[in-house]
Design a protein around this ligand. Structure first.
Ligand code: 5GP
Length: 198
């Protein structure tokens, strides 16, 4: 019966995710465990506390950069206790494991940000081209302030104009997947972060 099949599949998927894998294969590449889920969660909670101190009582809009930020934004919001709006923009610069350097705006912001304190939420800042592009877009919108929070930051790859203001982890210049980050569409569901095997 179809219902039994679905139940069986769910149980199997949950069992796999609770056993932490030391390495994963996605398409043609292998990745090794780099940052465990509990470390990621603690860092996000700490980031929320920092933001709380600076932004409580202000007119705040979080702008998540899709696709990669969907897990960060969901987890960060669990710890944010001040009133804030949440919105999204969809940008893309990566193909496979390389940045193309050319940003495509796939879904624009559809909200009025005038006089708002905007906090951009990124999964990862690598070359910084995406952030430079986004800053230019947001500059036109008469914001009260603009800051950027990123879960991961690769200082050795960075070529942008402004570093992110809040960073949970600085990492080496190696491609990572998991916790929202993908390799050609796969790996976003992983709860831990994995680094490409050299
Ligand atoms: P940037 O414009 O800073 O080079 O790159 C920003 C975007 O590229 C990120 O939002 C992310 O989508 C993608 N990206 C950069 N580095 C990595 C990485 O190591 N792994 C994955 N999966 N995506 C990355």
């Amino acid at each position: 019966m179809p219902i039994r099949k679905v139940t069986g599949f769910t149980t199997f998927a949950l069992q796999k995710k609770t056993d932490r894998m030391q390495s994963v294969s996605l398409h043609d590449k292998e990745f090794v465990l780099y940052l465990e889920e509990d470390k990621i969660q603690k860092a996000i909670e700490k980031m929320a506390k920092t933001l709380e101190k600076e932004y409580a009582g202000k007119d705040v809009v979080f702008v998540g950069v899709l696709n990669g930020c969907f897990r960060l934004i969901a987890d960060l919001m669990k710890y944010i206790e001040f009133e804030a709006e949440v919105n999204f923009i969809k940008l893309s610069s990566y193909r496979g494991t390389e940045s193309t350097g050319k940003i495509s705006d796939l879904m624009s912001l559809n909200t009025d940000l005038r006089n708002k304190h905007v906090i951009v939420l990124e999964d990862i800042v690598d070359t910084g081209h995406t952030l430079d592009y986004l800053r230019d877009v947001l500059k036109e919108k008469e914001l009260a302030s603009l800051k950027v929070a990123s879960l991961l930051f690769k200082p050795d790859a960075f070529m942008g104009r402004h570093k992110p203001d809040y960073v949970a982890f600085e990492i080496p210049n190696l491609f990572v997947v998991g916790y929202g980050l993908d390799y050609d569409g796969l790996g976003r569901n992983l709860n831990d972060i994995y680094q490409i095997k050299s």
